[in-house]
Structures are given as C-alpha cells and as structure tokens.
Design a protein around this ligand. Structure first.
Ligand code: T68
Length: 837
C-alpha cells in the first residue's frame, strides 16, 4: 500500500540493491547452490535429488517473484479492469518445468544441473503434482491462468488451498484403492500471507429493522467465525514479464478471546477441537466429477471461498476510492460452473447490508460483474442445495436469494402473463420436499452472460436446461466459448521434440504464442524428411511410454503396435465400458483366428487410465473389468503381441504429459450430447494422435477444423438419443449380436467371477441401456477395423497426423481467453512496466 512505500530520498539505495534475475549458467548454479546451502541448510555432502529439485525450484521462484512484484505494481497503478476467475478447482500439475520454459531458461538449467551432478529429467520428476482438481473443469482453469498471463491480461485466480488434493489411485488385485494425497510437505510455489486474512461467518441469525428514514435494514449476527488465510501462487506467462497471482484460501480457527478463555480454563481439548473443525473446511477436495451430493461441508467450502474472495476484491476496489458505480468498470468475475454461485448473494449482501446501497443499484452492479460458465447438462451434476440447510448455514443469503427470486418472478409474470406454468419451472426455488435452491438458475439470473464450452453444448443448454430463460432474456444472454488448451504445456513441455521440429520448419517458436501459425506446416506435408522426423518422434514417445508401462505394469509392449488410449475420469457417460467391450470382442476374434489371419492382424496396445469417484460403484467395476481383461489377455500365448491391455495407475497431469504424445489413436466416445466439450481430444490431436470419437462436444469442431478424412467418427447423433432411450424403455429391444457374444464370455467367467460384473451388464441388457452402448457397438467395432487398415498404410496415416497438427490452431486456450475478454469481460491486456523513476 501507499502508506508502506519507501520515501523518495531512500529509493535510490533501494533500487541499487533490487535483485537481478540470473541469466547465465554460472549465475543459475550460484543461485541454486546458495539456496541449497543456506535456505535448505544442506551441503554437497548431503544433496540428494530432492534437495537439488528444491534448490532449482527456489532459484526459478526468485525469478518469478521479481516479475510478479512488477506485474502487481503495474496493475495497481494502472487502475484498469481486472479479471477474477473463481474456480473451486485448479489442476495445475507440476510448476518447475513450466517456469523454466516460460522464462526461457531450461537449457541454462540443464547445463547448470549437469555441472552440479544431476540430470534434468530426474530433478523435474521430483516435484509432486498440484492436483487441486478432478478433471477437465479444473485443468481448464489451469490452462486459462496460463493463457491470461501469457496474453498479459490483468487477472487473478481465486480458489481453495486443499490440504489433500484428488486422492492417489492404487490398483490392488485389479481394484481401485484410494490413498490420501498429502502434497504440501514442501511446496516452494506458494507464499503464505499471514497478514492477509478474512473472517468468514457461518450460522447465526438475521436482524431486521426499519431505520430512521423508514428503510428496511438487515444484519447478520452471531454464529461462528472461521479465518481465511491467503496463500499466493505466481502464474508466469510465456516469454513475457507478466506474472499473475493465484490466491488460494486456507482455513484456520479465528482465535479470539473466547478461545483463550477456553484454553485457560482447562478446556484445552475443546479449543483444539475448534481449531481442527475450522481447518476441516479447506482439508479435502471433493472427488466427484459431474456429480453433486449436497454435503454440508461442501456448501461450507463454497461459501468460505466466495466470502473471502469477494471481501478481498471489494477491499482492493475500495482502495481506489472510486464510487460504487465504477465497480463494473474495474471488476469482472467469472464463475467456473455453479460452485461459486454464492458470490452473487454475497456481493449483494456487502453492497446492501454493509455499504448501504439500494437494491436496484446493487443488483445492476452484480449482474454486470458476473459471467457464468456452464460445463454440463447431466441432471445429476446440476447443483441444488436444500433450503433448510441454507437457512441454517447462511440465513441472510437465503433471504437475499428469495428477494432475487421475487424480483425475477415478478419480471417474468409481467412479460409472460399467460404462462402460469413458467413461474414454477424457472423459479430459483424448486418446490420439492425439502425445497431446493437451483444454483444454475441463480447463477444465470445473477450474470450478464452465460456460456457453454463447445458449440453443440452451448446449443443444447439453450434447448434443454435453460430453454425458458432464452424466452425470458432473449438469445443474446447466451454465448459459446469453445474450450482450448495451452500449447505451452501440452506441446512444448510435453513433446519437446515435436515442438523443436515444428520450430525448425516455421522458423522459430512464434506458434507457441499464436497457434494458428501451425497451418504453415501443411506446405511440408509431402516433404519426405519431415514426414520421417515426424514419425520418428511419435515412435520415440511411444518407446518412452512403453518403458513406463514396463516399469509400472510389468508388461512388455511393442512400440510398433498401434497404441489406443483412453485416459480421463471414469464415468458411464464417457463409456470406458464400450471400449473394454470392444477389446473383449477383439480378443474373442483373435482366439478364433487362423494362424494365417493372425499374420494380417494389426497389433494393438489398449491403454486405459483414470480415477473413479470413491463412491461410484459402476465406475469402479469398469476399472476392475479392464484389469481382469488385461490379466487374461496379456498372458495368453495365443494372442502374444497382437493385443495387450494396460491400466495405468493414478492418471494425473504429469502422467498425461507422458501419455498424450505417445498415442496413435485416442478415444472420445461419450454418448452424443453428454460430454460438454472434452479437452484431452485437443491435446492428443495437437500431438499428432488421431481420434476415434462420437459426434459430441468439441469433437464436432475438431472435425470441422482438421477435416473428416482425418478423424474416425461413429455412433448415433445427439438428436436421436432421446428417441432411442424412449424406445428402450417402452419397446422390446435386442442386444447387438456381437455385444451379446462379449457378454456371454464375461458371464461364462472368462475374466473371473462373473457375479462382479452383473450390474454392469444388466444396466445394458435389462435397464434401458441409458448410455446406448449396444446401439453404438456395431459402428464402434467397424470403425476400429477401419482404423487398423488405415494404420497399416503408414504414408496415409502420416499425412493424417501432420494435417491434424497443422489445423489445430483454433484450440489454443489463448483464443478462448481473447473471446472471453472481448465478449464477456470487456478487459484489455496490460504489459508490466519497469518501476517508475
Ligand atoms: C468437464 N467437467 C466436462 N467437471 O465434463 C468436459 N463437476 O466436457 C469439459 O471439457 C470440461 O469440464 C471443461 O469445460 C468437469 O470436469 C468436474 O470435474 C466437476 C467437479 C465438481 C463438480 C462437478
């Protein structure tokens, strides 16, 4: 703050000693050794790889911090609009490699580490993933942070500092076992800000009275206070001085006099219990993706994080001494799904109860401030909170939600006086017992823009879950921003050799800043040497994955085989079951094949990976089936190298960086209309992996960009899904005959105790096959056969790979962020300046 700044006469001395970032190998070594010897108190006699990692990370951290300070200073003085990205998940992965590449000093570090007796790859792999997310939604937030910094947007992320991120998955006897992920032992990337705290209130009651002017006033009193402490993480941009901030809140008991009294009067235990209860709020990430379970602690997490973040944002705004009407020209808040929706009633509470604004003015500010991104149309994933729970935990917020609803329903009634049914359909309160607060409606009503994450999905939300709201607000409130991925992590970092090959063709690494430049690769598609280099890189990446598989699964796979990969959270709608049934079908065919035919068969390695939510039995059954199939197939001498089935344990961001560049084919095979976008489809394509997929999510736009001859699409279309489901429920249906054979073999015990898989098969045979596995099976199998043939034609396959990469420019998260900035946030970039003299 201004009060704490150094007076002018002393600034010269200060500036003289401002640290300079290292640039040469020697300077890097000096910094690293200094950190190992002083910060860590180790020496050359006890420096293991963990210590070398720590020293290297600290040396790079110092560099980031200098840029970080400069960026924050520039943003404060520039006094222009900032983006606040509220996400309950940030699936960051590792930070060191990313930091080295972004500041363009990886080669310097490699040389320096070599001098000091270490190998770069060993040092990088010492780092524990920051796994504060479940899947696509959390990883999208991480890609967006990278893009916002790389494009110089003044932006902050706000999230929770979970002590335990997503659980570590172990496979024991073919079953998933969850192990806690204690990742904070040593984390050089976060800065605890013990001076930046917010008291967050829960429970209590609301007092209402009329003031002297007869105006209705409300205040929220009593209850319990929990303290939020800020932990800041620097987010460097690629080859730019911008370094943004990710602020994660940790919870602590508010140690007031009350606790001291308790402590002194001998109630030591109960004061410790208070402490632990408070810390529980930020203890653990809920491990469900696309499923909501309505747990009280989850609601507490949401409010704790929203309240702390909004307090912080408002505090920063108030420092500018601007009038409230300027708030919307200074602040844009993006809600990543409905998880932060309580920020809407919370901002209203601050503006009305604390700052004394009138409803209309406050509401106007709120609506202009917020944007809401929807990530799903699955009914089981739409958040609803029970009214009694909300009444108990957040009594004032419930009143405000009722007020929002009242104003909204009055507006609807005025505009649609004849449609009485509409009111109950669009009410924020669902009239069930207990009553429920529909968070998606609240988020939509409280925002000026709502966006889906791929074209099909953005169309679907307008015709399904938000249909009435399109009538009420008109279509302009709804927009599409197709997801993207950061090419820095998902090409340059994960696949350095391909990145270098592309750079050698395009004359530099500019494409990492403007991914559309990849289109220039098309002109080299027929160049023999380039084609060979391209194939060699794919092969080398497959060798690396094969080595990983040997080490972790004990199975030898042939890198020349076709690698078929499906890695993502395990979910019925994503249909890993379709994939494994397809694998069993292939196995049965191989078993009955003549030796002559076997010679013509395409060798394959089927690779699965992904976590199941701990309480999701069907998903766990799928994991078990994959492992059982692997056990049988991998040791069957009739099959040999023609088929291997691998389940990779503990799929996470750092494993994705090894797996993604090594696929020939990856599977994105959700039932049409269920996968909002998908983002791993983009990652695989960008690395020269082809796709087998349904007409769902971003697959459709990928097809449009790369051309339908370069992708393998199959299956029913979204527009037909409803009718098919209906027919399954009300008419007799036949199982696909090839699938029936697969089921027979499972039921006969080929893959172990068939009882284990009963529910999985019955869901398809007897209970309506909600995800249309049987309906899509024949076309899936046929398409896989087509892939075998296509892969054998190496030249044709090479062209497809190269053209795919060349045409992926659209799917950079930089393009997404520019679209959000233009259509939703109305913010401009801002490049950090040198300290003013
Ligand atoms: C994913 N959603 C979508 N949700 O499934 C995917 N959900 O299609 C899309 O590409 C991606 O978001 C990015 O837009 C999720 O990953 C969750 O992880 C989640 C977590 C908690 C509660 C609900």
């Amino acid at each position: 703050s201004v009060e704490a700044s150094i007076p002018e006469p002393q600034r010269a001395a200060w500036r003289k000693f401002t640290p300079k970032p290292f640039s040469t190998t020697e300077e890097f070594e000096k910094e690293t050794v200094r950190h190992i010897e002083t910060t860590l108190a180790r020496s050359l006699y006890n420096c293991d790889e963990a210590a070398a990692y720590a020293g290297t990370a600290l040396a790079f951290r110092d560099r980031l911090v200098l840029d970080w300070n400069k960026t924050q200073q520039t943003q404060t003085f520039a006094d222009q609009k900032r983006i606040y990205y509220l996400s309950l998940e940030f699936l960051m992965g590792r930070a060191l490699d990313n930091a080295m590449l972004n500041v363009d000093k990886k080669d310097v570090a490699r040389e320096g580490l070599d001098d000091l007796g270490f190998r770069m790859e060993d040092i990088i792999s010492q780092e524990h993933d920051a796994a504060l997310g479940n899947g696509g939604l959390g990883r999208l937030a991480a890609c967006f942070l990278d893009s916002m910094a790389s494009l110089n947007y003044p932006a902050w992320g706000y999230g929770l500092r979970y002590r335990y991120g997503i659980f570590k998955q172990e496979i024991v006897d073919g079953y998933q076992v969850e192990v806690p992920d204690y990742w904070l032992d040593f984390n050089p990337w976060e800065f605890p800000r013990h001076d930046i705290t917010v008291d967050v209130q829960f429970y209590g009651n609301v007092n209402r009275w009329q003031d002297d002017e007869g105006k209705q006033q409300s205040s929220w009193e009593g209850g319990e206070i929990v303290k939020a402490i800020a932990f800041d993480v620097p987010i460097p941009g690629y080859k730019t001085p911008t370094c943004n901030n990710l602020r994660l809140w940790g919870s602590k008991a508010a140690s007031g006099e009350f606790d001291f009294q308790k402590f002194n009067s001998g109630e030591y235990e109960s004061s410790v219990a208070d402490q632990q209860r408070a810390e529980t709020i930020s203890a653990v990430l809920y491990p469900n993706d696309n499923l909501e379970r309505g747990k009280e602690l989850r609601l507490k997490q949401q409010y704790f994080w929203c309240a702390a973040s909004l307090y912080d944002i408002v505090r920063r705004f108030k420092k500018s001494k601007r009038p409230w009407k300027d708030f919307t020209s200074q602040v844009a808040i993006q809600l990543n799904d409905t998880h932060p929706t309580l920020a809407i009633p919370e901002l209203l509470r601050i503006l009305i109860d604390i700052e004394g604004l009138e409803w209309d003015e406050a509401w106007n500010i709120v609506q202009k401030t917020f944007g809401y991104t929807n990530h799903t149309v699955l009914p089981e994933a739409l958040e609803k909170w029970s009214v009694p729970l909300m009444q108990h935990l957040l009594p004032r917020h419930l009143q405000i939600i009722y007020d929002i609803n009242l104003h909204f329903l009055q507006f609807v009634e005025r505009n649609f006086p004849k449609d009485r049914e509409m009111l109950s359909r669009v009410s924020i309160i669902e009239e069930s017992s207990p009553q429920m607060v529909r968070m998606a409606y609240l988020a939509l009503i409280g925002s000026h823009k709502v966006n889906g994450v791929a074209e099909l999905h953005s169309d679907l939300i307008k015709t399904t879950i938000f249909k009435d709201f399109v009538k009420i607000y008109g279509p302009d409130k709804f927009t599409n921003v197709t997801n993207g991925i950061t090419p820095r992590r998902w090409l340059h970092q994960a696949n350095p050799r391909l990145s270098e090959l592309i750079a050698s063709k395009l004359g530099g690494h500019e494409f990492l800043k403007d991914l559309t430049l990849l289109h220039k690769l098309e002109s080299f598609v027929d160049e023999k040497e380039f084609r060979k280099d391209f194939r060699d890189i794919k092969y080398a990446n497959k060798v690396r994955l094969a080595k990983h598989i040997k080490e972790h699964n004990g199975v030898t796979v042939n890198p020349a085989a076709l690698f078929d990969v499906q890695v993502k959270r395990i979910h019925e709608y994503k249909r890993q079951q379709l994939n494994i049934f397809g694998v069993i079908h292939r196995y049965l065919q191989l078993k009955s094949m003549s030796a002559e035919d076997k010679k013509k068969a395409q060798p394959r390695v089927s690779i699965f990976g992904g976590k199941a939510a701990p309480g999701y039995w069907m998903a766990k059954t799928v994991i078990h089936l994959v492992n059982q199939v692997g056990k049988v197939v991998n040791s069957d001498p009739d099959v040999g190298d023609l088929l291997k089935v691998i389940f990779l344990e503990d799929y996470n961001v750092s494993k994705a960086e090894i797996i993604t560049p090594a696929s020939d084919i990856s599977e994105h095979i959700s039932t049409a209309g269920t996968e909002a976008s998908g983002t791993s489809n983009m990652k695989f394509c960008l690395n020269g992996g082809l796709i087998i997929g349904t007409c769902d999510g971003a697959n459709i736009e990928i097809t449009r960009e790369i051309g339908e001859q370069n992708i393998f699409l199959f299956g029913n279309l979204a527009e037909d899904v409803e009718d098919l489901r209906h027919a399954h429920l009300y008419e007799k249906y036949e199982l696909d005959p090839q699938l029936a054979k697969v089921f027979e073999s499972i039921r006969s015990g080929t893959f172990g105790d068939a009882g284990q898989f009963g529910a999985l098969l019955n869901g398809i045979v007897e209970h309506g096959d909600y995800y249309l596995v049987s309906d899509d099976f024949a076309s899936y199998v046929k398409t896989q056969e087509l892939i075998d043939e296509s892969f054998k034609n190496t030249e044709e396959w090479t062209s497809k790979m190269i053209l795919s990469v060349a045409r992926m420019g659209f799917f950079s998260s930089d393009r997404c962020i520019d679209e959000y900035a233009e259509a939703i946030w109305n913010v401009e970039p801002l490049v950090p300046k040198e300290d003013e003299k």
